[in-house]
Design a protein around this ligand. Sequence first.
Ligand code: BGP
Length: 473
Amino acid sequence: MNGTFPKDFIFGGASAAYQVEGATKEDGKGRVLWDDFLEKQGRFSPDPAADFYHHYDEDLALSQKYGVQALRLSIAWSRIFPDGDGAVEPRGVAYYHRVFAACKEHHVEPFVTLHHFDTPEKLHEEGDWLSQHMLDAFVDYAKFCFKEFPEVKYWITINEPTSMAVQQYTSGTFPPAETGRFDKTFQAEHNQLVAHARIVNAYKEMNLGGQIGIVHALQTVYPYSDSPADQHAAALQDALENRLYLDGSLAGVYAPETLALVQEIVDKNDEPMFKTTPEELAELKLAATQLDFVGVNNYFSKWLKAYAGASETHHNGTGAKGTSVSRLHGIGEEKLPEGIETTDWDWPIYPRGMHDILMRIQNDYPLTKAIYVTENGIGLKEELPAGATDDTVIPDPKRIDYLGKYLNAIADAIKDGANVKGYFIWSLQDQFSWTNGYSKRYGLFFVDFPTQKRYIKQSASWFKQVSDTHVIP
Ligand code: BGP
């Protein structure tokens, strides 16, 4: 315990436009893939979320007060281009200028994601990441942002290409909610990497002096046992969720062993392999040499057991502990070894997995210049105590315990040679969760959604101490 961090290590908070802004119908914002999907599902609405659209100044003031030195936030593409391309909505552009000005005023450095799961509806209907028009429109939107917002010095192209593709086409928890389509999953993964590479290469040509990176969801995958069959299942799951992306974005080339694992998955599911062109592969290669940093989102790890049956998944989106199921045909079955604690949403708490993924990037992807942990945190069921006043502090000892363990794992990785430059807690304030709604709270700041009042959690003061001292208490 008592890990320490280098003096220039940044402590930040993280968010995403659709999860915090609310105001989804305000100031000409265009519709996105989620609007219809959530309306039809009828479980929860993206409005008001944390109403960051109107409360950004308050949240940035709290950030400054509680040692949050940087904020990871995303631009809602459809606030700027309501249809994805074509006419610009000036009110959306003006809003982000106001947000970045407030960041400056409160000494909070913005790290800005261009795509965080919120494809404009028209482009989604054309096939989302499977459509070449989507790729072109995304590159144009990115270049527009680079020119329009010189106040931003840290850009992130895409948030979690893997989890977007897997949830859209394998587990079906994201729109268009298809299941078991590994061919589409891999094609969408590759296409996102191509779009990412084009943007990195364009940004470097524009010579704007800032930095650009990508953010990956990286669940460390371990075999359930030492048996060769379980080890192979882990390798297949790792190829699906981690390896293809890491290769494509950090090495700039898909290793033959990675492609063999992907081929095995699609063959076993009678589906075609994803397609590439020589031009795309050259773009990936160039981008990997120019990338400034990689963001790692790590919350949990997975254990894989061999499995020969049909694909079967159940997403625990309510916090009913023990209900998650993931068995994928041609890959394997997730099974938790004895003794590993989980959250109410069945996410295994395993700080060692954070250490291992950071070391893997450092050791296996030598082109990587810097690593940021761009998301980590714990979702909890939390309530405002009856009779709460403005000064009420929400106790969250479980979060402090989780953060302490994961930060220690990061400090250990730094000691072992990983070039980790910063940590962003998911999340800055309580937010709307894509598949879990409003009951899974992650924030340092509690948001009472009906009144939009903010309350401090105990973890915020703890976080300030870590940020001020760079030592884990
Ligand atoms: C990441 C996403 C975030 C956020 C987080 C927590 O995958 O980038 O947008 O949602 O996970 O996930 P959840 O809200 O499902 O608990």
